[in-house]
Ligand binder design. Sequence first.
Ligand SMILES: Cc1ncc(COP(=O)(O)O)c(C=O)c1O
Length: 363
Amino acid sequence: MESFIPQMEPWFGEEERIAMDDYLGHGGWITEFKKTQEFEQMIAEFTGAKHCIVVNNGTISLTLAALAAGIKAGVEVIVPNFTMIATPNSIKMFGAKPVVVDVEPETLCLNIDLVKKAITSKTKAIFFVSANGRYPKSGIEAFVNLAKENNLILLEDSAQSLGSFYPNGKHIGREGLIGSFSFSAPKVISTGQGGALITDDDDMAHKIKRLKDFGRSGGGNDIHDSIGWNFKFTDIQAVIGIEQMKKLQWRVDRKKEIWKLYKEQLKDISQIKFFDQDIKNTTPWFMDVLANDRENLQSYLKEQGIGTRIMYPPINKQKAYNIGGEYSISNLVGEKGLWLPSAAQLSDNEIIKITNGIHQFYS
Ligand SMILES: Cc1ncc(COP(=O)(O)O)c(C=O)c1O
């Protein structure tokens, strides 16, 4: 029997096993130490950022980015209405107010014209989310300028964007004051759980390091000159992360090939619509499309052993938020958005099987 093709699965190989065996065989601190520093260094080098600090997940990394940047309870932060719920939740945790704004149809990134309208005297920051590695059609520079003109802080939720670059060559996450990544199970690379913050700002890096380590004034001591918590990583995760980073370029290349093959195979199907992915500079983390008759397509594919996942429902319609207003693009994604199988280890034959299944469904 052919095996089920999941929508996504993490991928660990011999390299992770050998590295972990070696690490555990030589004694180590287990908690974050030298391996974590090595992992941070690799991310800093890959992204070109001056500093990288890793933390326990990509939600807390958003919270710490906001706290380090001085965002406080009661202020407003603009977030897209299409994003993973972690983006608004990360700041709600300490009492800031997420203000949802609709996204562009082409990229599902924040719509700058709507952002301009949403700015009030209470707005302190914009959380820009690079949806599936994409940058906005309006250009990220327009967001940088808008933030400057209005004295706002631009933060980047780049959780889905490791391996994606702006057309100016900068890695996504580097145009804001701080960029944040996630290494949860389905991400481009994974450490099980994990998050990273990148910044070129020495003061931000200093603050983030304090916030994640009980506000300690230095490594390992018990002198606390500020308030902080424990959002640390572990060397066990870093051992895996280092091996995953070594495979990153291969994964980036393979994800791009997979996206191109899907697009080619589905080009004649009017019921499936792709987004504007700049495949030269950006890396599709998930293969995202708008699909007519989505739920029936999902069931049909499932019967053929193919897993899919519906894209994030709009934040405003989540019971946890329940915000009124018109958000036509994120609502459309809520009705038609579908993630097709997206693991880097998918073979071309498997993709052909999936796209044949889609052809059969619509014919
Ligand atoms: C845009 C975005 N932000 C934040 C997160 C949260 O990351 P984590 O699961 O590591 O907490 C995710 C994870 O899916 C995400 O896609």
